[in-house]
Design a protein around this ligand. Structure first.
Ligand code: PLP
Length: 452
């Protein structure tokens, strides 16, 4: 049945796109054969329309990047205007979109992270941050957490702490993984947040000492791990990491690709703990992903290393005018429309309380956690044992049914292993969000049927 917004002509165009996709398009992170992607015919605000014309509430923000929703008119206009002015220019030339984007980003980064290097996305931001740290320190190793995601390029996927790195980690290039602070599934048998912080920090310092502080260039951490489960660091953990990096002469890279630009209810997630890293990576929300863009915010100390010394890196599209014009318009809209504050409010007043109620009402809900518009529901078969509804690193028929139920109820959900993430746009209307959570509850009823 067609919704009034979608015509039969659009449906036919979507069917043609689907056929061509199956014939010619090679997709990310998929076995190509059985993959049956969803066609999107139209997007607007917090809605997307699928290939059959069904109107779904986007609870995923795509890959958690459309922080200000779809087709924000001011951002679309800015891209159009920039395209009519200068569509592209080599990276060595000054262009006003890039200069202004850098100014606006620096305005919101913590401390004095006031120099901005632009990349095409998150993975290459991570690659460059590590390169800067290596040249700056003259050391090579990089420490990163298991249960993390830092991107799909060679070094970034090695740094990643999820199974997606397995196919590429035969040449680990100095990457050493450590166990993160993750209270719900503690690697340290902790029974309180305090204990988790103390033990996780001891484990990290032991790792530093055993690897040799004189060999470690950087520690990279998602301030709030995103795809890996939106598990908030317990109080004192990130502060402790910051202290350890200072003590041992290690560069602290905060990866804010997913958590940054308002998603957590602060401009950057590190703001929750009042920490200033040495380098901070960003992408996604910086321009809501309307044009690919990422980057690294750089401290004065690391900038000094490259004042007289050539930085050994660059990209044809570093600071691409269309991407930067989109960033200027996105950040300006976030400021003018109070969207970061709104994300905080949505988390405190709508998502948090409703998810807490889900945890009370649904035996399949093991834990709910999050902040702003950045939340996870951990689905389990058994609350006592915390056995996940899908094993780590995979899916299961059960979780597939839960995701199917969410789609059937009119949602575009974000699912990873045994988790559903509630990651809407920062400007989703209250009533649409409430409706989305009602629909999500339909999927939880299905999840409950698998509880043993
Ligand atoms: N870092 C984090 C924390 C991410 O969530 C992602 C993507 O999801 C990346 C890096 C990689 O970004 P991109 O896919 O733009 O390369």
């Amino acid at each position: 049945q067609l919704t009034e917004e979608i015509t039969s002509k659009q449906i036919a165009a979507g069917q043609r796109a689907y056929e061509l996709d199956r014939e010619h398009v090679f997709h990310s992170w998929q076995a190509q054969g059985p993959f049956s992607p969803m066609t999107i015919l139209k997007t607007e605000g917090s809605y997307v329309w699928d290939g059959e014309g069904n109107k779904l509430i986007d609870l995923s923000s795509q890959l958690v990047n459309t922080n200000i929703g779809h087709q924000h008119p001011k951002v679309i206009a800015a891209i159009q205007e920039q395209a009519g002015k200068i569509a592209t220019i080599a990276p060595q030339h000054v262009n006003d979109a890039r200069s202004e984007a850098a100014r606006l980003i620096a305005k919101h980064t913590p401390g004095e992270l006031n120099k901005i290097f632009f990349t095409n996305g998150g993975a290459d931001a991570v690659e460059h941050a590590v390169r800067m740290a290596r040249v700056h320190t003259g050391k090579h190793k990089v420490l990163s957490a298991y249960r993390s995601y830092h991107g799909g390029t060679h070094l970034a996927v090695n740094i990643t702490g999820d199974p997606r790195r397995f196919a590429s980690d035969h040449a680990s290039d100095g990457v050493v993984h450590f166990f993160p602070a993750y209270p719900y599934r503690s690697y340290f048998n902790s029974t309180s947040l305090e204990e988790e912080t103390t033990r996780a920090l001891k484990h990290l310092e032991d790792t530093i000492l055993l690897e040799g502080p004189g060999t470690i260039a950087a520690i990279i951490l998602e301030s709030i791990p995103g795809t890996a489960g939106i598990y908030l660091p317990p109080p004192g953990y990130l502060e402790g990491v910051r202290e350890l990096t200072k003590k041992h002469g290690i560069v602290y890279i905060a990866d804010e690709v997913m958590a940054g630009f308002g998603r957590s209810g602060e401009w950057f997630a590190v703001n929750h703990w009042d920490i200033t890293p040495d380098l901070m990576t960003f992408a996604k929300g910086v321009n809501s992903g309307y044009v690919p863009l990422g980057g690294v915010a750089i401290s004065p100390e690391i900038f000094e290393t490259f004042r007289e010394r050539v930085y050994p890196g660059g990209l044809t599209y570093s600071g691409h005018p269309l991407a930067c014009a989109a960033a200027v318009a996105t950040i300006t809209a976030m400021e003018d429309e109070g969207l970061v504050e709104n994300a905080k409010r949505l988390g405190e007043q709508i998502i948090g309380p409703r998810l807490a109620q889900f945890a009370k009402d649904h035996p399949s809900v093991g834990e709910v956690r999050g902040t702003g518009v950045f939340w996870a529901i951990e689905l389990v078969k058994n609350r006592e044992t915390r056995e996940p509804l899908a094993a780590y690193g995979g899916s299961s028929p059960e979780i597939n049914q839960v995701v199917g139920a969410a789609k059937k109820a009119g949602l575009l959900p974000f699912a990873n292993f045994n988790r559903l993430h509630v990651v809407p746009a920062m400007n989703i209307e209250d009533e649409v969000l409430i409706e989305a959570l009602d629909r999500l509850e339909q999927a939880l009823i299905v999840a409950d049927s698998f509880v043993e």
